[in-house]
Design a protein around this ligand. Structure first.
Ligand code: ATP
Length: 414
């Protein structure tokens, strides 16, 4: 349909980038007998006025239209037959305006060609024409399909990483997602850009966006390990050294998060994986550097304070490990973590020695459900004042946690 609308407006329309890549991969894996789903986010490039075209398509499809004037692009949100929302992003092939569609084919090809040439990697630089008449024509100017078939990540021009260093992170993401290889020349350009400090030149927000995309991958640890080994982590976070201990903690983080998801899912409320990963990565980074890093990546104001709190509690607990009686009581964990945010509670689970984890989880399960049958007001009536009320309520909570009293028996303690 989109191609048909292109014909109606006399505009050449192409689907480009990830959609084409995944379509070809899906065709390939179908040939190999595997089933792979085709994505629902579609990038479209038109040779002509993208906004005008977008408005027209949205009207015809009765779809939602959103304009991004800053980038001169727009998005259309369309519900398909299977009730899935398809997002179509429409951009204009950046070209001179007089080079409009319907002109000589040579001009037409050179405009989409230029657009594709400016993309990150060859696997993302193919287009399929949608106009009726030539619907389905694959445009592959740079041997992209061969790279896709042979599993290669390749930049299209030598200065690619210098021009946009976020592509360093994108290369690793695609390499690890598809099990591809960054081809030798691309790899040496990538390493050169890292060593020459190009990652440091990008705004924190753009880096953060790419890191968050890595964390959304099915197996983010693969890319994190690769970034650690290639010193990319060090260039992203000053004075932060990726070590085997850190790697173990990161692996544990994903296990712990999985445990929470299956058993303590309420604690995942408001939790950002990006923050959790940074708690682990930055746990040994000196404080002056932490200040710069938190500002650079837009981390919450209390990030450093929260990190330090967990570290302190973890150190205290490590020193008390011999005191078996103390650490076996659930009230112990209450004392240590009362007031912690969910992200802190999860990070502490990563740091705790294996032998305490069972008790800690038991505590989290119990405190979540704990409800006192008396209130501050009951205490007020009994003559308790100010801070005494808080102390008394906490004391009762601890007794309940330890099973020293049963629910409903609170009133006998006041
Ligand atoms: P995913 O499957 O993760 O969504 P994608 O390829 O669709 O992958 P996007 O980040 O949505 O990834 O980018 C869409 C397309 O835009 C890419 O396929 C690529 O052609 C182009 N692109 C995105 N970021 C860059 C960049 N930094 N430099 C050049 N081209 C880019």
């Amino acid at each position: 349909l989109i191609g048909l609308y292109g014909n109606e407006l006399g505009i050449n329309v192409y689907v480009v980038g990830g959609f084409v890549r995944d379509l070809l991969l899906a065709i390939r894996s179908k040939l190999n007998g595997a089933k792979k789903s085709i994505p629902y986010d579609i990038d479209v490039v038109v040779e002509g006025d993208g906004l005008l075209f977008g408005k027209y398509v949205a009207k015809q499809l009765r779809a939602k239209y959103v304009e991004h004037p800053k980038f001169h692009t727009c998005s259309i949100f369309y519900r398909n037959g299977e009730n899935k929302i398809i997002r179509i992003d429409i951009a204009t092939a950046r070209t001179e305006y007089y080079e409009e569609a319907g002109e000589l084919p040579k001009v037409e090809l050179s405009t989409i060609k230029k657009d594709l040439y400016r993309r990150d990697f060859s696997i993302n630089a193919m287009a399929i024409k949608l106009n009726s008449g030539s619907f389905g024509m694959l445009l592959d100017f740079f041997n992209c399909r061969k790279d896709l078939e042979e599993g290669r990540i390749r930049i299209l021009y030598p200065l690619s990483f210098i021009e946009d260093p976020t592509r360093i992170l994108r290369a690793i993401r695609f390499e690890q997602r598809f099990g591809f290889e960054i081809e030798p020349n691309t790899l040496s350009k990538l390493e050169e850009a890292v060593a020459n400090g190009y990652l440091e030149k990008v705004t924190g927000m753009r880096i953060r966006e790419e890191l968050e995309k890595i964390l959304e991958e099915p197996e983010p640890m693969k890319a994190i390990k690769r970034m650690g080994k290639m010193k990319i982590i060090f260039h992203l976070f000053e004075r932060t050294y990726y070590s085997p201990t850190m790697e173990k903690d990161l692996e544990k983080l994903f296990d712990v998060k999985n445990y929470f998801k299956n058993n303590l899912s309420n604690y995942l409320n408001k939790v950002r994986l990006f923050h959790l990963v940074l708690y682990v990565l930055l746990q040994y980074t000196p404080e002056e550097s932490l200040k710069k890093i938190t500002a650079r990546y837009g981390l919450p104001k209390d990030f450093i304070k929260n990190l330090m709190q967990v570290k302190n509690v973890y150190n205290e607990i490590s020193n008390e490990l011999k005191n078996k009686e103390k650490i076996s009581k659930l009230s112990y964990y209450y004392e240590k973590t009362n007031g912690f945010q969910n992200e802190q509670l999860i990070f502490l689970a990563v740091k705790l020695p294996e032998e305490l984890l069972g008790k800690y989880y038991e505590y989290l399960r119990k405190i979540e459900k704990l409800k006192l049958s008396i209130t501050g007001e009951d205490l007020l009536k009994k003559g308790y004042e100010g801070v005494q009320i808080k102390t008394k309520l906490e004391e009762i909570k601890k007794k309940l946690l330890n099973g020293e009293i049963q629910p409903g028996e609170e009133k006998y303690l006041i």
